[in-house]
Design a binder for this molecule. Structure first.
Ligand SMILES: Cc1cc2nc3c(=O)[nH]c(=O)nc-3n(C[C@H](O)[C@H](O)[C@H](O)COP(=O)(O)OP(=O)(O)OC[C@H]3O[C@@H](n4cnc5c(N)ncnc54)[C@H](O)[C@@H]3O)c2cc1C
Length: 450
């Protein structure tokens, strides 16, 4: 049974976290309005507000589970949209130094590969089915307005595509704009301190291309992840089969090793990777569009939960809260998991006194726990490169050796392999590695390697 918390809620941005959040809010607000500055394309093609939508976007098991919690039978929609089923542990080649590829085993669950615009469209269609959610395209949020108490958020000033400025009042505003600049500007306007930020600067270049899978191509895998031999090189690549029988290829490198944006040079870079798998597959394949580049500067975690007071009626989510190095494919999944978390928290608080007063502290505390695993998996190992800037964890070397030992045991032991991939897919928290029997085995493995 839904208990209404308020009349109107607003979500800024119809990206992955905004769509998920709108669904979460729909149970507890009479009306949910999503303001999106872009116009939605009719076909699943990239749009300007999501510049990363030209690049490969993998959906992890944890993200799929969260979307399925928000949208029952979500997998059926992905299959219906031509998403490519990928069996975890089996259908992907993980080319890791020392294992080319890592042993393959069917670990018992499936995810789906497709382009970012397609997955977004599938989610958007589900959101559109909710009678009390309105998606307003071509509406750019300009400012969060303060209530008469001068301490809470009370509405949004926005601009329509005709250039008209309008204001919409709301009991709750979710900032799913990815950049979170309106939230920061609002804190500033109230004279409040900015949140502390943890930043890990990686200076990574990414370039992506789309190819038609050649008619005569056959393989027993659907994707490849060629991981570089750190620290000698940062050049790597990912290739995945997506809808309409296409290959999406994303190459990446750091600092002086950014992949080029021109077709022939892109192929040359693919040829320079540690293994020839990706290059051999694409060298004679037909490119379907120009190569597109992206510069990723830093992992960024904003500690809103550490602020003494966070304005009532406001909640940042998704990339506005935490942005991860895209190489590990976690951002959309974390966005979906945060939306599912928001829904659970709203349901729990709805029957209590003053749910909106309790919402932000409860959400930040639980989101922090949720973020711990993806942050540990992505941002921390980025320090393997000496050029990475940020607060190096004191136990970096032992943490990296621990990961290496887990992987070596996983290569031999199917149960540990399953556990490792469940952690990588955000289906289980990293704390499962603290299980005493496993810790003993990892320690023994670490001792043997040294
Ligand atoms: C190169 C690259 C590759 C990536 N690969 C993966 C991957 O493989 N797997 C994965 O899970 N994640 C990946 N990510 C991360 C993923 O794209 C993000 O984490 C995810 O989209 C975050 O969702 P979001 O809703 O916070 O932001 P977005 O999905 O970026 O959505 C933000 C939305 O807000 C809108 N908006 C912004 N400002 C305003 C405003 N003022 N008014 C109205 N609307 C506004 C934008 O137009 C946009 O629609 C990748 C990222 C990059 C950069």
């Amino acid at each position: 049974v839904s208990i209404f918390i308020g009349r109107q809620a607003i979500v800024i941005g119809a990206g992955m976290s905004g769509l998920g959040a709108a669904r979460a809010l729909a149970d507890h607000f009479e009306q949910v309005t999503v303001l999106e500055r872009d116009t939605f394309p009719a076909d699943p093609v990239p749009r300007p507000g999501v510049p990363q939508s030209w690049h490969l976007h993998g959906l992890l098991g944890g993200g799929l589970r969260a979307f399925s919690e928000l949208f029952p039978d979500f997998e059926t929609d992905l299959i219906g949209a031509d998403g490519v089923p990928v069996r975890a542990g089996l259908d992907f080649l993980f080319e890791i130094p020392g294992y080319d590829p890592f042993p393959r085993r069917d670990l018992g669950w499936v995810t789906y590969a497709m382009s970012r615009p397609l997955i977004e469209q599938v989610v958007r269609r589900r959101v559109e089915r909710h009678a009390n959610i309105t998606l307003r395209q071509g509406c750019r949020a300009l400012e969060i307005a303060a209530g008469p108490d001068g301490a809470s958020a009370s509405g949004i000033r926005y601009e329509t595509k005709e250039g008209r400025q309008e204001t919409l009042a709301a009991a709750l505003i979710v900032d799913a704009s990815a950049r979170g600049t309106l939230t920061l500007a609002f804190l500033k306007s109230l004279g409040r301190p900015m949140p502390e930020q943890t930043r890990i600067e990686v200076n990574e270049g990414i370039a992506s291309a789309l190819f038609a899978v050649p008619d005569n191509f056959s393989s027993d895998w659907k994707g490849v992840f060629t991981i570089p031999a750190a620290r000698e090189s940062s050049r790597g690549g990912i290739m995945v089969r997506v809808e309409e029988n296409r290959w999406m290829v994303t190459l990446f490198g750091r600092h002086g090793e950014w992949p080029p944006g021109e077709g022939k040079k892109f192929l040359g870079y693919a040829q320079s990777l540690r293994t020839s798998t990706i290059y051999s597959a694409i060298k004679d394949a037909k490119p379907l569009r120009d190569v597109v580049r992206f510069g990723f500067t830093e992992n960024l975690l904003r500690h809103f939960g550490r602020l003494d007071l966070f304005p009532r009626g406001l909640l940042p989510i998704g990339d506005a809260l935490c942005r991860f190095n895209p190489m590990y494919g976690q951002g959309m999944s974390v966005a979906a998991m945060e939306a599912a978390l928001l829904r659970r928290i709203l349901s729990a608080l709805a029957a209590e006194q003053d749910p909106l007063g309790k919402l932000a502290p409860a959400f930040f505390a639980e989101a922090q726990v949720l973020i711990e695993t993806p942050w540990a998996i992505s941002a921390v190992p980025d320090f393997i490169y000496p050029e990475t800037k940020g607060d190096r964890p004191a136990d970096l070397e032992s943490a990296l050796r621990f990961e290496g030992a887990v992987a070596r045991i996983a290569a031999r032991d199917p149960a540990v392999h399953k556990l490792m991939v469940e952690v990588q897919h955000l289906l289980k928290p990293r704390s499962v590695y603290r299980e005493p029997a496993l810790v003993e085995r990892v320690k023994a493995e670490m001792a043997e390697a040294w």
